[in-house]
Design a protein around this ligand. Structure first.
Ligand code: RRO
Length: 308
């Protein structure tokens, strides 16, 4: 089955790709993504300076999902700018994820990264794990300022990675903000921030940073991810390309994201837990699921969630 998709005018050979953060920090990991069936190479969110990140243990997988407080470990934006030409040789889109520790970092990073000419730039407004730094995406004014500043610099398609919202009023406020900022695509959602997983045996949290608080991923967040994909799909009446992220462990999970309005999906927890072979499994599971239901293309099911 043909599983290539188009997002903001860029062709992806497959609709499954890594979520930023999952196996994409080092050159070796990025090259391995290039050689894999991932439909794109998404970089770890980058900051101005190289970072080791938070103390370990900082990731924990459990049957229903995962919790992480990585704290933005990355090579620093100059290293990723240098790597982009090499990554582009794999013949699939390179998505550069741009973060920052303060507002001024974003335009600094965007300028050099844009000059390296990735296929798309994803602006991360939703890292939940930097002690003392709230998620920008929960501040509509700061989000608007930042998106407008970065938009002036970036010439490739620019998307934003948002945190989950839990109320239609917040979908509306952020949808209106995004509509004013020249955003080309959305990535929904980042991890569900500041959960706490407790081990009753040890009577401790399962990760060390921030007293055990961290971003939740995997199956447990799928309904939240689907709700956000659906809410923004409706806000933009199907005219804003959406990458669905959150709880994609099977082909059927991806199918649900497509029904809600996603054009492609990213894989975080399942990629960390299972490794690069996850992409082959997901592709064959989605093909079986779509064929069983009589869908021939991704476009045929995108956004087609039926009313009860
Ligand atoms: O590095 C992290 O702790 C991290 C980031 Br930047 C993010 O955007 N989402 C996440 O779950 N972890």
């Amino acid at each position: 089955m043909e599983l290539s998709v188009d997002i903001a005018g860029v062709k992806f050979p497959g609709l499954f790709m890594n979520a930023s953060g999952a196996r994409c920090v080092t050159r070796e990991e990025l090259l391995a993504l290039g050689a894999s069936r991932s439909g794109a190479i998404v970089t770890k969110s980058m900051t101005v300076d190289r970072r080791e990140g938070n103390p370990s243990p900082r990731y924990y997988g459990f049957p229903g999902g995962s919790i992480n407080s990585m704290g933005l470990p990355n090579l620093g934006y100059k290293a990723y700018a240098d790597l982009i030409p090499e990554l582009k040789r794999f013949g699939k889109p390179v998505v550069a994820s741009v973060a920052g520790l303060c507002e001024d970092d974003f335009p600094t990073i965007a300028e050099l990264i844009n000059a390296a000419n990735p296929d798309l730039i994803e602006v991360n407004l939703s890292c939940p794990n930097i002690p003392g730094k709230p998620q920008i995406g929960y501040d509509p004014d700061a989000s608007e300022r930042l998106m407008k500043r970065v938009r002036k610099i970036v010439t490739v398609p620019m998307g934003v990675k948002l945190p989950p919202y839990f109320d239609p009023a917040h979908h509306k406020i952020m949808g209106d903000v995004i509509g004013r900022c020249g955003v080309d695509f959305l990535n929904l959602i980042n991890s569900v921030g500041n959960g706490l997983v407790v081990n009753p045996e040890t009577e401790t949290a399962v990760i060390k940073p921030k007293g055990g608080f961290g971003g939740l991923g995997g199956s447990i967040i799928k309904p939240v991810a689907l709700a956000n994909v659906r809410a923004f799909w409706r806000h933009f009446t199907g005219r804003m390309p959406i990458i669905g992220t959150g709880g994609v462990m099977s082909g059927t999970d991806a199918f649900e994201h497509l029904l809600c309005g996603a054009s492609a999906v990213q894989v975080g927890t399942a990629l960390v837990e299972e490794g690069l072979d996850v992409f082959t499994r997901l592709e064959s599971e989605l093909a079986i699921c779509m064929r069983q239901k009589g869908y021939r293309t991704v476009a045929d099911c995108r956004g087609r969630l039926k009313e009860l």
